[in-house]
Design a protein around this ligand. Structure first.
Ligand SMILES: Cc1ncc(COP(=O)(O)O)c(C=O)c1O
Length: 444
């Protein structure tokens, strides 16, 4: 039964949710109008809803599930640990195994600290930079998503109405304290001249430059090499730290995005894939900086903790997932990414609509427009384009293909080109329907 049918199980669940959650949901990012299908299970590349419909899942829970759903080795590791206890108020060997594995992969990971989410990892990294430098201001790129921490969220929902000529510090929600906005210098991605000028003027006041080197809201493609080199050089010159947010981008190589791009940040925020499908985050980086969390000689200047931090279930799931992610797996993911992006490009060309696909490695992103994407402003969608994207997302879902509402896709090691064929087969009709609308016709 279709999930929007009045008799569907999803409909019944939605009706219950309306009386429990504001807006009937507890996770904005994955909500869709009028309501989404409710899921009951996932296996490999697909998920099944409460009415028995199966979908090709290209979301991988927003980039978490790099080996698909319920991978037998990860599930076995979790089941084994659950039988022996799920969380303890003392350390376990499991945290050493996952921490050691991650530090063994990236030369810059001299020390590491676990958190429970990527947002928490970003917040803790910013706090570490502040304690290390004794400065409070942060620079970050316009529009890029770094999770829910207040400072990190400044400008993450900028619009043409408020972003200003030079990127403005814009509030994430009404009432966000002006003191937080003043803590943040917003930089335009890939704009070397403006960034150079802003950093020359304000660099000495900065604790850190926070940057996702492959930001979704700049098209899931690496920032220009000379732009990243500028951020690396300027942060050193001004005594600020360079923090990479690799919560998503760590899936781009054996040594993460930094290995792939040849840039060595001082600190890195991690999350998503490193927990094998369980909640996780981590901060890793220079030993002298990480000493703010304490070492054998001194007490922590930045106390961090968390009831569930380094719980052994997340640790063993992460260890299993990361162990599976060897060079062969990365090569496979690269080929799969090239295959799907080329396929989508071919379909867009055939249908002849002003859409495009961007991305790198196991990431891809559909856009409801065809202007070149250099930064957040060129990525940003007008209301009409947002409508096109919503219709495209909905019509792919009708054909049993699940992308994120923003149009992003995350490939998994268990997928093969034949698993992706239903997506490529569904796309022509979905694009036609999405673009064939009076609102769109008048703007394109
Ligand atoms: C680049 C980036 N940073 C940080 C976060 C926040 O991670 P979490 O949702 O685990 O708090 C996300 C989440 O999507 C992200 O994409």
């Amino acid at each position: 039964m279709h999930w929007t049918s009045p008799e569907s199980r999803s409909r019944a669940l939605y009706e219950r949710a309306r009386h429990i959650f504001p807006g009937a949901n507890t996770r904005q990012q994955v909500w869709m109008a009028p309501y989404p299908p409710y899921l009951v299970s996932g296996r490999g590349p697909s998920v099944t809803d409460a009415d028995g419909n199966r979908y090709l899942d290209l979301t991988g829970n927003l980039g978490v599930l790099i080996h698909g759903h319920a991978h037998p080795l990860i599930t076995a590791a979790i089941a084994d640990q659950i039988g022996r206890g799920t969380c303890f108020a003392l350390p376990t060997e499991a945290e050493l195994r996952l921490g050691g594995l991650l530090c063994g992969r990236v030369p810059g990971f001299e020390r590491l600290r676990f958190t429970n989410t990527g947002s928490e990892a970003v917040a803790v990294a910013l706090r570490a930079a502040r304690a290390f430098t004794g400065r409070s201001r942060i620079a970050r790129l316009e529009g890029v998503y770094h999770g829910s921490d207040d400072v990190a969220a400044v400008s993450s929902s900028s619009t043409p109405a408020n972003w200003g000529e030079e990127p403005a510090s814009t509030a994430r929600y009404p009432g966000m304290p002006p003191a937080i906005l003043e803590q943040v210098r917003v930089l335009p991605a890939n704009d070397i001249a403006t960034t150079q000028r802003l950093l020359a003027a304000e660099g000495d006041s900065l604790a850190a430059i926070l940057v996702d080197p492959v930001p979704a809201r700049c098209g899931f493609e690496p920032l220009r090499g000379d732009y990243l080199a500028l951020l690396r050089e300027a942060s050193r010159r001004h005594g600020a730290l360079l923090i990479f947010d690799e919560v998503i981008a760590f899936r781009l190589g054996f040594s993460g995005a930094q290995g792939r791009l040849g840039i060595d940040p001082d600190l890195t925020a991690l999350g998503k894939i490193i927990g094998g499908g369980m909640p996780i985050g981590a901060v890793a980086g220079r030993e002298d900086v990480m000493a703010v969390f304490g070492n054998e000689r001194e007490a922590a200047r930045v106390p961090t903790s968390g009831t569930f931090t380094a719980n052994p279930v997340s640790m063993v799931a992460g260890e299993a997932a990361m162990s599976l992610l060897d060079m062969t797996a990365f090569e496979h993911l690269e080929r799969l990414g090239d295959f799907v992006r080329a396929g989508v490009r071919g379909v867009i060309g055939q249908v002849g609509v002003p859409a495009q696909v961007t991305g790198v490695g196991s990431l891809f992103l559909l856009h409801p427009h065809d202007r070149p994407i250099l930064d957040y402003r060129s990525y940003h969608r007008s209301p009409a384009e947002t409508e096109v994207m919503a219709r495209l997302h909905r019509h792919l879902l009708e054909q049993r293909v699940l992308l994120t509402p923003a149009g992003s896709g995350f490939l998994a090691s268990v997928m093969h080109p034949e698993d992706l064929e239903p997506f490529l087969a569904a796309l022509p009709k979905a694009l036609e329907i999405a673009f064939d609308h009076p609102l769109t016709r008048s703007t394109t």
